[in-house]
Design a protein around this ligand. Structure first.
Ligand SMILES: Nc1ncnc2c1ncn2[C@@H]1O[C@H](COP(=O)(O)OP(=O)(O)OP(=O)(O)O)[C@@H](O)[C@H]1O
Ligand SMILES: [Mg+2]
Length: 276
């Protein structure tokens, strides 16, 4: 059985640029019936050009958005229209990492406090600091950095802190949205290596949103290609990349210089304890 499943999911959002005074903004259809299934422990890449609906799909999968049609389920439970209070227990099991870790790290809180915040929010308040430090170490950051503030970390270290926050509750599924886009190639490779290790050790399932196909090939077993709010191609990475069927996927592939990231070369380097 799939851990995360979307069936014919539609999302319509208010188009505020066409809103008239005293009227509701007209709705724009963003997703036009999307199907996706992610098994336990599986990593699926979601690719497509800017504006194709990748983030919207991701947000619908973890119910940051309520679909206007279709169905989303998590571990067999229909969550399509669950109210936030009923979603709360599931929030520990499905977490998110974003492109800009500053968005999930409070600038006025220490790293340890931000990482522990999801535990605190659930009323799970034992050994908060120790558990935050364990998550930080798993994400490759020395616990000595726990008392720093976000602005005192490098971009790569901040992304590791964002990952620590996403794993602190012991999730089954992580939505990662363009999480290596702002980083240099060496740091990207280190973060991807970390995610691969975490997947293996924690049995994590991953929805990995990116416009960079080389990243998908490193991390994911399967890929779905989005175009204008629809999935236009889906399959095993090797098959899709070797033999793209949809003209849009072909264009995407020909636009992407594929063999950029090879985390393997990092094995030759001494581990610097996340000091990147
Ligand atoms: N809150 C919103 N209200 C109205 N329209 C939105 C909203 N969020 C996104 N959209 C529109 O939905 C479409 C899909 O956006 P989305 O952010 O899902 O694309 P994306 O594939 O993630 O793009 P990118 O690669 O640039 O992040 C875009 O046309 C966007 O303008
Ligand atoms: Mg996006």
């Amino acid at each position: 059985m799939s851990l995360v499943q979307a069936h014919a999911v539609q999302v319509a959002l208010p188009n505020t640029s066409e809103k008239r005074p005293f009227r509701r903004a007209p709705l724009t259809q963003i997703l036009h019936g999307v199907d996706i299934a992610i098994a336990k422990g599986e990593a699926v890449g979601i690719v497509g050009e800017s504006g194709s609906g990748k983030t919207t799909l991701g947000r619908a999968l973890v119910r940051l958005l309520e679909p206007s049609g279709g169905r989303v389920s998590f571990d067999g439970q229909d969550i399509t229209h669950l109210p936030e209070a009923a979603l709360r227990p599931l929030r520990a099991r499905m977490t998110m990492i974003f492109q800009n870790p500053l968005a999930s790290l409070n600038p006025r809180r220490s790293i340890a406090a931000s990482v522990a915040a999801p535990l605190w929010a659930r009323g799970d308040r034992r050994d908060l600091r120790a558990r935050a430090c364990t998550a930080l170490e798993r994400a490759g950051l020395p616990a000595a950095l726990a008392d720093r503030y976000p602005h005192q970390l490098s971009g790569g270290q901040r992304q590791r802190a964002g990952i620590a926050r996403a794993i602190v509750t012991g999730p089954d599924f992580i939505l990662a949205d363009e999480i290596v886009s702002g980083l240099d190639v060496a740091t990207q490779a280190q973060i991807l290596d970390l995610l691969r290790d975490l997947r293996r050790d924690m049995g994590l399932a991953l929805a990995f949103i990116t416009h960079d196909l080389s990243v998908v090939r490193v991390l994911c077993e399967r890929v779905v290609v989005m175009h204008r709010g629809r999935i236009v191609e889906a399959g095993d990475c090797a098959a899709v990349f070797a033999n793209p069927v949809h003209p849009y996927t072909r264009r995407l592939l020909s636009a992407a210089p594929l063999p950029v990231i090879d985390p393997g070369w990092l094995d030759a380097e001494p581990d610097e304890g996340g000091q990147i």
